[in-house]
Design a binder for this molecule. Structure first.
Ligand SMILES: [Zn+2]
Length: 313
């Protein structure tokens, strides 16, 4: 079978390797697609880590072999799953407990792992009926959070970004107001929309300093600031005296605990397979395994209309 391995900055190479051995608690999955995650872009760009690296964790596919201790899964089952590595390959061994039924969802849209993060962000924040919600960043994770917040029934869902195509997509997904922050002040728009009170919740889904500068101005006293963006690189600055005075509840929507991740995946896949949620408008770019370098270059360059790239097998 073939597996793509990151052998150096900006360079995946494809190797022929043996099929993974399936442990008693694992299944062998014939991979249909593996999502390209922003968290993997620093490795591709050449951060300080070591090479070679077998990355890829947003896997979907079909079960082909079931370990002795695994119950509830059979060969032929379509699943969305989480692996910690080796996802950009034709086959991968995965814990049975980390696989969730994908039903009739197209497998290149059954990306359980990013969905889990968005589900957990919204669940932990506990967006309430009638809340005024601000979302900064209308990329893939922002779009997922927006779609899930909409299921909770907010009063207003105000989405900010700098890219016209991202704002158009946010409007299509049901934003009550979109704000191009190059042309308008988000803080002023939110103040006007909430009678000067501020939003009950602000989700920051950019991973950039600029958004952190604004969230303190869009959130009401005792409201919630939610960090969905993956903050890498230079240390960020926040106006902690202001955040402290405003009594913000702060949700760090970054999950490491496996039980929490699995709970988010289960909920996300239930919504996906029931048709309550769809990634169809979000998976914008598909690349076969032998073009994986192009997939990562595209995810890094984020051309117009780019939302999410997947590598298909
Ligand atoms: Zn990911």
């Amino acid at each position: 079978m073939r597996r793509a391995v990151l052998t150096g900055p900006g360079r995946f190479e494809i190797f022929d390797v043996a099929l993974p051995v399936v442990a008693r608690d694992e299944v062998l999955v014939r991979v249909a697609a593996c999502g390209v995650c922003s968290s993997e872009l620093p490795a591709f760009a050449g951060d300080a880590g070591e090479y070679p690296r077998s990355i890829g964790h947003e896997v979907s596919g079909t079960v082909v072999e079931v370990g002795l201790e695994v119950t509830g899964l059979s060969p032929g089952d379509p699943v969305g799953c989480w692996v910690t590595s080796h996802g950009f390959a034709e086959f991968v061994a995965v814990k049975g407990a980390w696989c969730f039924p994908a039903g009739g969802v197209p497998l290149d849209e059954a990306l359980a792992e990013p969905l889990a993060n968005a589900v957990n962000a919204v669940e932990e924040t506990d967006v309430r009926l009638g809340d005024d919600v601000v979302l900064i960043g209308a990329g893939f994770m922002g779009n997922l959070v927006q779609s899930l917040v909409a299921l909770r029934g907010p009063r207003q869902l105000i989405v900010a970004d700098t890219r016209p195509d991202a704002l158009a997509r946010a409007a299509e997904l049901g934003a009550t107001r979109v704000v191009d922050v190059r042309a308008e002040s988000l803080a002023e728009v939110v103040a006007a929309a909430t009678g000067g009170r501020g939003a009950d919740v602000t989700f920051e889904a950019t991973g950039a300093q600029g958004a952190l500068d604004v969230v303190g101005e869009t959130t009401r006293m005792s409201g919630k600031v939610v960090l969905v963006g993956f903050h890498q690189g230079e240390a960020r600055r926040i106006n902690l005296a202001h955040w402290n005075w405003m009594a913000f509840g702060i949700v760090n929507a970054h999950y490491r605990d496996v039980d929490t991740i699995m709970r988010g995946m289960a909920v996300g896949m239930r919504l996906l397979t029931a048709g309550r949620l769809s990634l169809a408008p979000l998976v914008s770019h598909r690349f076969p395994l032998d073009r994986i370098n192009e997939a990562f270059e595209t995810a890094r360059a984020k051309p117009e209309k780019f939302v999410k790239a997947v590598v298909t097998m």
